[in-house]
Ligand binder design. Sequence first.
Ligand code: UDP
Ligand code: MG
Length: 309
Amino acid sequence: MQNKLVSIVIPAHNEEENIVVIATRIEQVLAGLSYDYEIIIVDDGCRDNTLSVVQQLAANDPRVFFIELSRNFGHQSALKAGLDHAHGDCVISLDADLQHPPELFAEMLNKWEEGYDVVYTRREEDPNLPLAKRKTSMYFYKLLNALSETEIEAGTADFRLMDAKVVEVFRNFKENDLFIRGMIKWLGFRQYAIDYMPNKRYAGASKYNLRKMQKLAVQGVTSLSVKPLHMAVYLGFFISCLSLLYVPYVFYAYFFAKHVNGWASLIVTVAFFGGLQLVILGIIGIYIGKMFMQGKNRPTYIVRSTNIK
Ligand code: UDP
Ligand code: MG
């Protein structure tokens, strides 16, 4: 009987020092298992030698493939590119920096064989990570879950196994606003979680700075739900009710106060409502922006070159 094919998808942005190491680790792990495999590395607009390193690997190993994107499209789009090009009976996605240990493949594949369609991983709290990163990550998931209908567990990143049928469904999504972990969770199917301890990044620096994480947080919330719009309505309603309490005082001041006062309270309310309106307008604006981007229906990534047939 022919072995099943496992596709490994790795988005990479300036990871030249990690590529060979991760490819070797993956080969070691999969050598012990009876699967055929392909490694697809997506060059997401790298400005270092990542692409030539991958091409060299590919020249020596027919199981290694590259997809070069035309520019940096971001982690999620790069991952989508890899998923779109994978041929496997299942696809495992992981980061290039070895924070996601390939040694987990065996357990993931076991669960897949047991009949699970998605095997995702949950990162245990890593005491080596800077406190700021741990805290932002924690609040990210708290906020995400408070604001949207699809529950995402803390510590789930894009290190997961997906059955080919799940990948096929995902491929047919026409959304260009990608928050893949949320979308996969939303899909349903039979999902299984594995806990693991992440490793330290092997080489290079994290590409997610605070600004990018903040962007991902807003993206996460607004791509999963329209709850913020509802909350804006409730907030507006609540504040209107609150401001009714002010009416008796206004009457009192009009009839009984002898001098012009209330300037302070006036300016405070003006500033408060000005700010509130801007926030709510902003929330509405984000969704309109999304409709605008989706309306243009542009591709989420553009392939410059690849050796995948
Ligand atoms: N990545 C990418 N495009 C980007 C940023 C990151 O393909 O614009 C890749 C990166 O090479 C890595 C993965 O996404 O394989 C996760 O990025 P990183 O390790 O920098 O994030 P962190 O683990 O610090 O959250
Ligand atoms: Mg990383």
